[in-house]
Design a protein around this ligand. Structure first.
Ligand code: HEM
Length: 499
């Protein structure tokens, strides 16, 4: 036998043995972990996941219960499939479950996990998140957000006005509208649709949504990370341009910073960072320029697609439920004069609007399995062992669609959030579109303020309806959202002027 054949045979036998040994070790490790389906060597349970992860999790939950284990490629995953178990892990044992997964995609977009979304649960990260949370709250409750959102909205109202009376797919318009809202929140300025920078951000964001939804093979097979795949190369190039763009914007911000005139979240963050420095906070020195840039990039990464898809759900659900839309516009008319747009100070006087937003967030739940967490230490849950570094996926979808909690979860019914007198009930703990615990969405105040102003402004001006003679729309999520997002299927609506 030629010597290369011997080498090849030896290599094959060695590799097979390695695969089999690691498979057996994985099976032994699974012994004390939550139960779960049989998994194959190398691919684990990948073959089970054709489309939406959260739907497959519901099926698996019927057999394995509220907490079960899986293998995605080489990664150990534990799924939390009910409200109780999610609260037990994320709230009662918050710190143990507050890590993030380490993946190639995550590392690339966050310059080595220097942002909030992908950052490890460290002292630096806690400070970064605290400052960010403070900056978002300050921005979301001030007048600047209101002015910026209303400005962006006026442009889209003008566009929609030219489209009344014919079926329109509003996706691109909503995307541009929210991109401008998000640009204003990060850099304080809006772009014209034809601006070069605006088009750059628009195209890049769309591209990343698609890559982000799919992830990369090396995310579940880390040993393939060295391969220069086309997705990795395209992503690294796009990210390079993106980082440069942000660096320019942030330099400009620091140079023109004026503490008496805070323009956006970035300014609020700079202000809070300087206050922490003045107070001699020890950890502040660990926050580098890259952390700063990544924090602002998070606004784009975390706010854009979530708000776009929530707005797409809003328009679709209102068009499909004229009775809800009718009540909403009647309430708006009774509180907001026609010569002005709804303002944040109107919120308390608009309970039906509040309930409708909650119902859209529940029904659409755009991030149905949150962003996967990871355990920070070896820990336990319901008596099972969960090793450090295990990926944790909470099935938020199953909580907001649980018939035992909601009665009729598949109906779109804002009244479920109101009492008999039409007042807003306390927020149910099962309303989890922003997740829970240490990694819950810190952007919730801004998201709610944006959605209120955008939806209020649109419903005040237009009536949305389904094109006559067309089949009723399918209100189940589009499989294109892949494992991570719940997005509406493509749809068209008719708009008519209300007044
Ligand atoms: C409708 C809009 C939004 C929804 C439904 C939403 C939902 C979520 C969810 C489910 C998570 C994952 C939580 C977890 O892993 O347990 C998250 C994380 C995050 N969101 Fe949002 N989000 C929205 C808007 C925003 C906005 C406007 C911002 C910024 C201004 C933002 C910033 C973030 C950040 C920074 C994280 C990472 C938090 C961490 O890792 O600690 N989000 N969001």
């Amino acid at each position: 036998m030629a010597s290369w054949t011997v080498w090849l045979m030896t290599a094959l036998v060695g590799l097979t043995t390695l695969v089999l040994v690691s498979w057996v070790l994985d099976i032994i490790k699974r012994w004390r972990m939550p139960p779960g389906p049989f998994f194959w060597p190398i691919i684990g349970n990948l073959l089970m996941f054709g489309g939406q992860f959260y739907l497959t999790f519901i099926e698996l939950g019927k057999k394995y219960g509220d907490v079960f284990s899986l293998k995605l490629g080489m990664r150990d995953v534990v799924v939390l499939n009910s409200l109780d178990v999610i609260r037990e892990a994320f709230v009662k044992k918050g710190a143990d479950f507050a890590g993030r997964t380490h993946t190639m995609t995550g590392d690339l977009v966050s310059e080595g996990r220097k942002d909030i979304v992908m950052g490890d649960f460290t002292a630096t990260w806690k400070l970064q998140r605290k400052l960010f949370h403070g900056a978002v709250r300050a921005y979301a409750t001030g007048h600047t957000l209101e002015e910026k959102v209303q400005g962006a909205l006026n442009e889209v109202i003008a566009e929609f006005s030219s489209m009344v009376g014919r079926p329109v797919d509003v996706e691109d318009h909503i995307f541009k509208l929210v991109l401008n809202v998000v640009c204003s929140a990060s850099f304080g300025h809006r772009y014209k649709m034809e601006d070069k920078d605006f088009q750059f951000l628009l195209n890049l964001s769309k591209e990343f949504f698609e890559i982000g939804a799919q992830g990369m093979l090396a995310d579940i097979y880390p040993s393939l990370g060295f391969l220069p795949t086309p997705t990795k190369t395209a992503m690294a190039k796009g990210m390079g341009e993106f980082f440069e763009y942000f660096k320019r914007e942030l330099d400009r911000h620091v140079q023109t910073f004026d503490p008496d005139h805070l323009r956006d979240i970035t300014d609020h963050f700079i202000q809070l960072q300087r206050e922490a420095e003045d107070e001699g906070d020890e950890d502040i020195r660990s926050l580098t320029d890259v952390h700063f840039r990544q924090t602002v990039i998070d606004i784009f990464g975390a706010a854009l697609d979530t708000t776009v898809q929530t707005m797409r759900w809003s328009v679709l659900l209102l068009a499909a439920h004229p009775e809800v839309q009718q009540k909403l516009s009647a309430e708006l008319d009774s509180v907001v004069e026609q010569d002005r747009q709804p303002m944040l100070s109107d919120r308390t006087a608009l309970p039906y609007m509040d309930a409708t937003i909650n119902e859209v967030l529940r029904f659409g739940i755009v991030v149905p399995i949150a962003i996967p967490h990871a355990t920070t230490v070896d820990t336990t849950l319901r008596g099972y062992e969960i090793p450090e570094g295990t990926w944790i996926m909470p099935n938020l979808w199953n909580v907001v669609r649980d018939p035992e909690i909601w009665g009729d979860p598949d109906s779109f019914r804002p009244e479920r959030f109101l009492d008999d007198d039409g007042k807003v009930l306390p927020k149910p703990s099962a309303l989890l579109p922003f997740s829970a615990g240490r990694r819950a969405c810190p952007g919730e105040p801004m998201a709610r303020a944006d959605i209120f102003l955008l939806l209020g402004g649109l419903v005040q001006k237009f009536k949305f309806s389904l094109p006559e003679g067309e089949v009723p729309p399918d209100l189940t999520p589009d499989p294109k959202g892949a494992g991570l997002f719940s997005i509406p299927r493509p749809y068209k609506v008719m708009m008519t002027h209300r007044k």
